[in-house]
Design a protein around this ligand. Structure first.
Ligand code: LMR
Length: 397
């Protein structure tokens, strides 16, 4: 049966962690996967999470099956976080939200549902995009193409190219957009550019699918949600997948959601019923622990305040590391202006390093980034940044 099974390549992101784990180099640094490490290089267990878990443990709750769409209090809290407490989208009941297995799970639920709705639609992702977008939508049965996004020469966004692609896409095309903290480039659209994107999606009758895995890591929770707000205001139906992997440092709990904004409450109820079939036929219903942590934090004002402070702390530290990296690269002798690293937002920097340079960084120095040149700035700290800067200086020399 398995005689002809070929060896699949390693995952372009998680495969880097596999290589990193196998490396005996004591100086090794993992700047591959998008994970926030604190100033001591430790994966943080947030205070708000610990407090929520203490509360949960004290309650000694049994572990029955969750409803197919997840914990009701979780779904409600996510809806409020994504659309805003006072949002018409929430008050009208036209948003359907389901608990999902991380942001990836939210994307896949949406992709599977879209495939049933509109099997012939094409999917457009940004060029470049998160490595898994193409694979995920391809595995859901779609033809995936890309719209221009990164402009290497100007170290920014090829916005005209992006808009032209949207304005020439056939009706029904699914457009995957990074709501904030673009992965991998770190370049986000301006508010005025978002207005134009929303107008193009509306005019061409495209289907927007926002991936918002990094809310709170750019400018702030509300600020990072501006693209969602603009789509709500447009009156269009759209999808948004969200995740607490990064913002609550709950990577391994797989806590995410898919929200679908519909025309009205009745439509939302029908969409929810279909999403439940997608969930039930894949994994039946989600796990309890992570969703309960997130629901407890979001629904307890004191814990929510602690979380917002901790999230702001992570955001601020990443920004400080960006500035420090620019300085350290200069000090290490890098001639070209690397100031763009401090302009980019979110966890990543698209460093501009070639695949060969990334491979050298890995093999010669134990500094692991993605082949595309993406490095996770959120994994830098005062102890490893000099070594990283010196290693980069050596491979770009
Ligand atoms: C990343 O881009 O590194 C993260 O989103 C983790 C992942 O699943 O790829």
């Amino acid at each position: 049966l398995f005689n002809a099974v070929e060896m699949a390549p390693r995952d372009p992101i998680l495969g880097i962690t596999e290589q990193y784990n196998a490396d005996a180099n004591p100086k090794k640094v993992n700047l591959g996967v998008g994970v926030y490490y604190d100033e001591n290089g430790k994966l943080p267990l947030l205070d708000c999470v610990q407090k929520a878990e203490e509360k949960m443990m004290a309650a000694h709750a049994a572990r029955g099956y969750l409803p197919i769409d997840g914990i009701a209090a979780y779904d409600a809290a996510v809806k409020t976080l994504v659309f805003g407490a006072e949002s018409e989208a929430v008050k009208s009941g036209r948003a359907a939200t389901v608990q999902a297995l991380g942001g990836t799970g939210g994307l896949k639920l949406g992709a599977d549902f879209l495939k049933r709705l509109n099997p012939d639609a094409k999917v457009l992702i940004s060029d470049p995009s998160w490595e898994n977008h193409r694979a995920l939508f391809t595995n859901a049965g779609f033809t995936v193409e890309a719209y221009p996004y990164y402009d290497a020469a100007k170290r920014g966004i090829n916005f005209d190219g992006m808009l032209t692609a949207l304005n020439t896409a056939p009706a029904g095309t699914v457009v995957v957009l990074h709501a904030c903290c673009h992965n991998p480039t770190g370049y986000d659209l301006t508010s005025a550019q978002w207005d134009q994107v929303v107008a193009a999606v509306k005019a061409r009758k495209l289907v927007a699918f926002l991936d918002m895995a990094y809310q709170g890591f750019g400018q702030g929770i509300v600020e990072d949600g501006q693209a969602v707000q603009k789509f709500v205001a447009s009156g269009e139906d759209f999808f948004v997948s969200t995740s607490f992997s990064k913002s609550l440092s709950l990577y391994g709990e797989r806590v995410g959601a898919l929200s679908v904004l519909c025309a009205n409450k009745d439509e939302a109820a029908r969409v929810l019923s279909q999403l439940k079939i997608v969930i039930r036929t894949n994994y039946s219903n989600p796990p309890t622990h992570g969703g309960q942590i997130a629901a407890t934090i979001l629904n307890t004002p004191e814990l929510r305040a602690v979380w917002e402070k901790e999230l702001a702390g992570m955001r601020t530290r990443i920004k400080a590391m960006r500035v420090a990296l620019v300085d350290k690269l200069k000090a290490a002798g890098v001639k070209q202006d690397m100031g763009f690293i401090a302009q980019q937002v979110g966890m990543f920097s698209y460093s501009g390093l070639s695949k060969d340079q990334m491979v050298r960084l890995r093999n010669e120095f134990g500094v692991y980034g993605v082949d595309s040149g993406r490095i996770c700035v959120a994994a830098l700290n005062d102890k490893n940044i000099d070594y990283v800067a010196e290693s980069i200086a050596k491979v770009v020399a």
